[in-house]
Design a protein around this ligand. Structure first.
Ligand SMILES: Nc1nc2c(ncn2[C@@H]2O[C@H](COP(=O)(O)OP(=O)(O)OP(=O)(O)O)[C@@H](O)[C@H]2O)c(=O)[nH]1
Ligand SMILES: [Mg+2]
Length: 199
């Protein structure tokens, strides 16, 4: 798989000039976005990960197969940031979603161990309201016993209020689960021209 980190930028003005379909990975701080991106791209340390929340501070654009961008976004909901930083994140993410010139689909990641937070629910609402294709990924499923998983997945979907049929991927970057399914979804979206722009 040909992958290249093309841009790391704190704001929207630094996004790549090239317009290609974008698949953004979004979720709480520490939920495993960067790890899942590394797993999907089959790179050990392409996206930087950390045991401490708040690692990814920039929008990182990975060009994949010269065909689309995977975008690693800073996580939300990290308690130790100032109100001002929180507000900044909110503005950044909302304008990221509002931009209609770039075809965008969003994968929202949720730690399989926890019930989605109020902020997860709010963010999911923004994505749906913006009209972008949405998929959900439960992360770190290796940390949940196989018997409890179906109930956790149901809780995630019902708490978020995601519409029936929303693609849902159980994933584990540690065990290597979910890569094939996510890549198949991305391929299907590209073939259907689904991340569409309004221009
Ligand atoms: N057991 C397990 N741990 C994981 C998995 N994915 C990520 N982790 C761990 O969770 C922590 C956070 O992972 P990151 O990928 O840095 O999380 P992130 O969502 O990018 O975090 P921010 O950039 O801070 O928003 C790290 O300690 C990872 O090793 C997984 O599938 N299973
Ligand atoms: Mg990260």
């Amino acid at each position: 798989m040909r992958v290249e980190l093309v841009t790391s930028t704190p704001g929207l003005q630094g996004r790549p000039e090239r317009i290609l379909p974008e698949f953004a990975f979004i979720g709480r701080s520490n939920c495993g976005k960067s790890s899942l991106i590394n797993h999907v791209l089959q790179r050990v340390k392409m996206a930087r990960t950390s045991g401490k929340p708040g690692k990814t501070r920039l929008l990182n654009y990975y060009l994949v197969e010269d065909r689309y961008f995977l975008v690693d976004l800073p996580g939300y909901g990290y308690a130790k940031v100032s109100k001002q930083q929180r507000e900044q994140w909110r503005r950044l993410f909302r304008s990221f979603l509002a931009c209609q010139e770039r075809p965008l689909a969003v994968v929202q990641l949720l730690d399989a161990r926890h019930k989605p937070s109020a902020l997860d629910v709010e963010v999911c609402g923004w994505i749906m309201a913006a009209g972008h294709p949405l998929a959900l990924a439960a992360t770190k499923i290796d940390k949940v016993g196989a018997n409890s998983r179906p109930a956790r997945y149901r809780e995630i979907i019902s708490t978020l209020g995601a519409p029936a049929g929303t693609p849902f991927f159980p994933t584990s970057a540690v065990r290597g689960t979910g890569r094939r399914e996510i890549l198949a979804w991305i391929d299907a979206m590209l073939e259907a021209n689904a991340p569409a722009a309004d221009v």
